[in-house]
Design a protein around this ligand. Structure first.
Ligand code: ZN
Length: 321
């Protein structure tokens, strides 16, 4: 069985949809590649942000629930989502964040790389990690960020755990990650590829409270598998290893299986295919409200209930009003 090639996407909870779009699409330059609804709760949007085409390993998705209370960061969840930037882009990003009113923390050095931590409007922790390795992504041509400074897909994610060992074994024995060292209570694991979204850090925090889900919380992290056949092999192998794995679910743009890691973090394995151009041309990604066939009959009702959002004016334009 082929080892996991890295992250596919991260799914999180937001509050106000417009603030969510303003932050990720306009400020960070992550293109809104799909605007759809929560299939189980069609009165709520489901936004997907990524590179120009939503390459696996660049995709951050949100359910923006307008009246959701803030979540509390804690054990058993993905507590920080990290993007890669080039080492020459650190100053650009510190300046851009500052100009846009985002208060970044001190630059940290982690495993030899500079890390800029900050929070999104809901308190979700986002990090930029300076790293010049290979990054196969499709730059968003019409985005607000100059090509040389664009986010280069995910660097990885940090999971807060009460105890690292169980999830470490899941990563290394069942998913093909290798141990890549330890700094203090941070245990690093690397996916068996040389591209994007490769690094999973387990931050061991024994005795500290578990997180509570709300806006600003990550709901789950998804790893990549190329196709249905490979996913079926994982489904079988993980069940043999004793994990309670869901049946395959059709998420329109990929197919998914879910299971809970020993630390309590919800894991997903998603297929690269069919991708986001499945129901929308690349030039028009994110500009239409897309619904799965079984919700089309309710389109009128759904559109009436969803709050309108605008992709432009950008935050810069608004500030100039
Ligand atoms: Zn997912």
């Amino acid at each position: 069985m082929k080892p996991i090639q890295g992250m596919h996407h991260i799914t999180a909870v937001a509050g106000d949809p417009q603030a969510n779009v303003d932050f990720y699409h306009n400020l960070l330059g992550q293109r809104l590649v799909k605007k759809t609804v929560n299939f189980d709760d069609p009165g709520t949007y489901h936004f997907y942000f990524g590179d120009e085409i939503g390459t696996p390993g660049t995709i951050l998705t949100f359910f923006p629930w307008r009246h959701m209370a803030r979540g509390r960061r804690g054990n058993g969840e993905v507590a920080a989502t990290a993007y890669t930037v080039g080492t020459a882009s650190v100053d650009y990003w510190r300046q851009r964040l500052s100009e846009q009113g985002v208060i970044a923390g001190e630059t940290e050095t982690r495993f030899g790389a500079e890390v800029i931590p900050f929070q999104d409007p809901e308190g979700m922790i986002v990090e930029l990690v300076a790293h010049d390795g290979r990054a196969t992504f499709r730059p968003w041509q019409d985005g607000p960020i100059p090509a040389e400074h664009m986010l280069r897909g995910f660097f990885g994610a940090t999971l807060w755990v009460a105890e690292a060992q169980g999830t470490a074994e899941l990563l290394t024995r069942s998913l093909g990650f290798t141990s890549a060292g330890q700094e203090g209570n941070r245990f690093r694991f690397q996916a068996a590829s040389d591209d994007i979204g490769l690094t999973i850090d387990l931050l061991e925090r024994p005795g500290l409270p578990y997180g509570s889900l709300g806006s600003g919380s990550v709901h789950h992290i998804a790893f990549r598998t190329t196709d249905d056949e490979e996913q079926a092999q994982y489904l079988q192998a993980l069940r043999q290893d004793g994990y309670h794995v869901s049946p395959v679910m059709d998420r329109q743009y990929f197919h998914s299986i879910y299971f809970r890691a020993p630390s309590g973090v919800l894991f997903e394995i998603a297929t690269d295919a069919p991708g986001f151009s499945y129901d929308e041309a690349v030039a028009e990604l994110g500009t239409h409200l897309k619904l799965p066939p079984w919700l089309e009959a309710q389109r009128h009702d759904i559109e009436r209930r969803l709050p309108p959002i605008t992709l432009k004016p950008t935050i810069e334009d608004k500030n100039n009003d």
